[in-house]
Write a protein that binds this ligand. Structure first.
Ligand code: SF4
Length: 377
């Protein structure tokens, strides 16, 4: 078995993985009071692809991504696993890629990587933008900090160019955040995240506070930006139907575990986990006839208490005896690489019809990357 790359090791990798999360665990609190929020998660993001992470509030999706990028603050504690980031090395003349162990990286190494290689768009642009600074100041600060060689005029030109990428006029640089609409503020955040051409952009529910029309416009724009610049993306949301329009692959999280992973169209057209089915039934369909929405009964479990068996069994309409005593593991289900953690699939003949449908195409927006047909994590 090859050794894990160290922080400073440069390699020429054939693999196109950008972010690799392995056996990753995150707790809140310490010792006996620790609450496991992310439980032995394995996920990866490949070059130019979009990984969607879906689940209700408290499922662990934001904790997973913030901890993996070392942005989680105490009492959040990384309690196990490995996370590595691989990117084209800007200091290399022969197109080498560099792999960094994010959990071992020093503060100065993290500073060099953040924004340049990994950037983030937060849920509330109004909270993320400084209310007493003009928009232009935000761009100027990022560019002068990370590109000290840039002159003021060049920074101004770059800021205007970034705004035009997200459909905003350069005159917005002179405005304060409160002078922009919610959609314009979120576009500013996206433009800021792209300022240094990062290879991975993390979107943490970037459209949650917006109306559905603006949500769709921004998702469209993100799809086009991704196709144009080729960055990879992690898109976190509770809205599965929104994800299906943008993501190549989707991981569904529940109670800190990934309970289903699949290519986006497969998951949307034919969910295999009862929780995924519940999420889809509670979202409006993208196309076809209108149907009545059905919520998922009950609430997510209290993670501070021990959970016996499958963490979804209290809410699952298909639960049977084994579910309340033994926890299913995430296992590969079929040739597409789809993974599901559910005992139902141990006996294919007994799988309910609702979890046996054949995958079909969903309506999607934006261009697909050539690698989209390749498949799986
Ligand atoms: Fe439902 Fe049992 Fe599957 Fe859990 S393992 S999702 S309780 S059927």
């Amino acid at each position: 078995m090859s050794e894990r790359p160290t922080t400073s090791e440069a390699t020429t990798l054939e693999d196109d993985t950008v972010l690799a999360i392995e056996d990753f665990c995150v707790d809140y609190g310490w010792g006996d009071a620790a609450v496991r929020a992310v439980n032995h998660v394995n996920l990866s993001v490949r070059r130019s692809r979009v990984l969607g992470v879906a689940g209700e509030s408290g499922s662990g999706k934001s904790t997973l991504v913030y901890a993996a990028t070392r942005l989680l603050r105490p009492p959040g504690v990384i309690s196990g696993g490995h996370v590595s980031l691989t990117f084209d090395d800007p200091t290399s003349s022969d197109a080498k890629r560099r792999t960094v162990d994010l959990l071992a990286a020093t503060p100065s190494e993290l500073r060099a990587i953040r924004w340049s290689q990994v950037s983030i768009v937060l849920q509330s642009a109004l909270n993320a933008l400084n209310p007493v600074l003009r928009i232009g100041h935000e761009f100027d600060e990022v560019l002068s900090t990370h590109r000290p060689g840039m002159k003021k005029a060049q920074r101004r030109e770059r800021a205007a160019e970034l705004l035009s990428l997200v459909g905003l006029n350069a005159d917005r640089l002179a405005r304060f955040p409160h002078e922009l609409s919610g959609g314009q503020r979120q576009r500013v955040m996206i433009a800021l995240a792209l300022a240094l051409d990062p290879q991975l952009v993390i979107m943490d529910e970037p459209t949650t506070a917006l109306d559905v029309v603006t949500q769709r416009e921004i998702v469209n724009e993100l799809a086009q930006l991704r196709a144009r610049f080729g960055f990879s993306m992690i898109f976190i949301t509770h809205d599965l139907s929104l994800l299906v329009e943008l993501a190549d692959d989707i991981a569904v999280m529940y109670a800190g575990n990934v309970v289903e992973w699949a290519p986006a169209n497969d998951l949307y057209g034919a969910p295999r986990h009862p929780y995924t089915l519940g999420l889809l039934n509670s979202s409006p369909p993208l196309s076809g006839e209108r149907r009545e929405l059905v919520g998922i009964a009950g609430s997510p479990p209290d993670l501070s208490q021990p959970i016996a068996g499958c963490s979804f069994h209290d809410r699952c309409p298909f639960a049977f005896e084994k579910c309340s005593s033994q926890a299913p593991e995430l296992r590969v289900l079929d040739d597409s690489g789809r993974k599901v953690a559910c005992w139902l699939h141990d006996s294919p003949a007994d799988v309910p019809v609702a979890l046996r449908r054949r995958p079909r195409d969903a309506t999607r927006v934006g261009a697909q990357t050539p690698s989209n047909a390749e498949g799986v994590v």
